[in-house]
Structure formats: C-alpha cells, structure tokens
Design a protein around this ligand. Structure first.
Ligand code: OGA
Ligand code: MN
Length: 299
C-alpha cells in the first residue's frame, strides 16, 4: 500500500495514510514521516488499534523512548508497559479513577498548554498518542503551532525574547492547579531545567517559540515580569488560528513535535466515560538544557 500525506493546512497538521503500525516500517517510510512532521508538526495516522508492543516498536524507529515516564514513583500497579505513558482516567483494573485519586489529579495538569518533558534533562521530541477508548463526546486534544505564532510576533517582541532562558519544572505546572502533593524524592529527581524561549526547529530551520505551563520564571528577570511574559506569549500562541483540534476515534495515533508545538487535553465527562490513551515518547537526545550547551559545543 502506498503512503500519502494530506495536509490539513499548508504548514500545520496533516493526515498520513497507508502506514501499517503493526508491521516493521519499510525503508523510506520513516523518512517520509519525519519529513511530514518537519513540515506539519502534527500528524495523525488513523487506523486500527495497535498493541502496546507494536506502538513501542513503531516509535523506536524515530529514536530512543523516554524510559522514566511520568513522575509518580509510587508502588501503584501499572496499567500499561513501562515504555509507554498512561494517559487515561482508569486504574489497573480498568475502573474509572476516583475524583481524588492522585493519578487523576496529577493528570489534570495535561489540561494546561504544555510541551512534553521540557522539565526533564532530555525533553521529548515526538509524542505518539494512541487511542484505545474514547468518550463519545468531547475529550479532544488541541495542538498549537509555535512556529507560526513566533512568525507573527511584532519585531520588538522578537527582539526582546531572542536570548531569554526559561526555567521549566513539573512542579510549577502542577502548582498552578494547587497540586503540590510530591515527595522529596520526586523533587530530587526532577530539578528545574533551563531552556531557551526561542529556538531554531532542527527539522525545518524555522524559528519557534518554546513554551509550556512548566515555566516558572525567566532567568535574570523579576519573577512577576517573567510570568507575565509567559502568560502573554501563551495567550498569543493559542489563538484559534494556531490551533488544530483532534477529534478522537479509536485507533488514531496523533503525533506531535514537542520542539515547535504545545498541546492540551480538553475536558469530558470523566465520571461516565473511559478515555484510554497511551503515549510513546521519543526523546530529543540531541538538545541539551542551557547549562550543558557549552559541554555540547565542545563535545
Ligand atoms: C500527553 C497529553 C493530552 C490528551 O499525552 O502528553 O498531554 O488529550 N495528552 O490526553
Ligand atoms: Mn502532554
């Protein structure tokens, strides 16, 4: 079967057809997917539900996966493979999580605009979210285009933010929702990480904002000023013209490039419906946090 790419807009969002996620990728198809990702930043492969092993094998064509998934180092039994992130409202027995379950409260952070794992030393490159169960209404995923949002900024703003460095932490985004139930060990595992606010997207050479609700401050700026700037930029970048909204069907795989997009989960009736998504996360192994850039440059 031949593979084709249908653009949803000229520069953002595409559907890739003809890829069988249950079989090893033919030579050339991986490159074609990377090209589509570089150009459109978010793509969807619709099809049939794939097993965890198939999802993991497919994702590994694009690089190593993030093995330390989530931050919840608890003794709770996992529902999905350790190589995937459990993006669901279900427990290990497939029951809907209680309203006050720690996993649910933690996952509510996904409703804030963010990019995956910017708070880890090695951030996420591609996130590949696969749907096993979807609510009959709502529960969409939205993805926004940070390259177009950058392009449209006024020149004075581009100048102001060019060299800024932001400090990312998972505890910042969770604290925004009043969730601060983290252990010392979790704090120790995930110290704040510095990243540029503006970067060149490696696959396209285009400049992009790099934003997330994980940002708590801007280096060398008063905290309040940094936070206001981040709020303003997120508000700008999440205007309707920059957003793709994915309406889920079972068997969809949505792939977004975390280096030039943000995304968020939309609400649904969690008390009635199960939403079972599993994420394979390809790491961005070739970009270091700001502290390490000198080390990379001389390596
Ligand atoms: C994620 C995420 C959003 C959603 O998988 O990283 O933020 O709609 N998901 O579930
Ligand atoms: Mn996410």
């Amino acid at each position: 079967m031949s593979v084709s790419v249908t653009a949803l807009t000229p520069t953002f969002g595409a559907e890739i057809m003809g890829v069988d996620l249950t079989r090893p990728l033919d030579a050339g198809i991986g490159d074609l997917i990377v090209d589509a990702m570089d150009r459109y930043a978010v793509t969807v492969i619709r099809g049939v539900t794939v097993s965890q092993d198939d999802q993991i094998a497919f994702a590994k064509n694009f690089g190593p996966l993030d093995a330390i998934n989530g931050v919840l180092q608890t003794d709770i039994k996992r529902r999905v493979s350790t190589e995937l992130v459990d993006i669901s409202n279900m427990d290990e027995d497939s029951n809907i999580l209680e309203l006050d379950d720690r996993r649910r409260l933690f996952n509510l952070g996904n409703r804030l605009w963010h990019t995956d794992s910017s708070f880890k030393r090695i951030a996420a490159k591609y996130s590949m979210l696969h749907a096993h169960a979807v609510p009959p209404i709502a529960g969409e995923t939205q993805v926004c285009d940070l390259r177009a949002a950058y392009d449209d900024l006024p020149a004075y703003m581009k100048g102001q933010i060019e060299d800024l460095v932001a400090v990312h932490s998972i505890f910042t985004s969770r604290a925004l929702l009043g969730f601060d139930n983290f252990s010392q060990e979790e704090h120790h595992l995930l110290p704040p990480i510095r990243r540029p606010m503006v970067r060149v997207h490696p696959g396209s050479g285009r400049k992009t904002l790099y934003l997330a609700s994980h940002i708590g401050r801007i280096l060398d700026r008063p905290v309040a000023e940094g936070r206001l700037l981040v709020r303003d930029l997120i508000e700008h970048a999440t205007q309707p013209q920059y957003i793709y909204t994915h309406h889920w069907r079972i068997g969809d795989t949505l792939i977004w490039d975390n280096r030039c997009t943000m995304h968020r989960a939309m609400p649904f009736d969690e008390s009635r419906f199960k939403r079972d998504m599993r994420r394979a996360t390809v790491m961005e192994t070739d970009a270091a946090p700001v502290d390490d850039q000198a080390a990379v440059a001389t390596a």
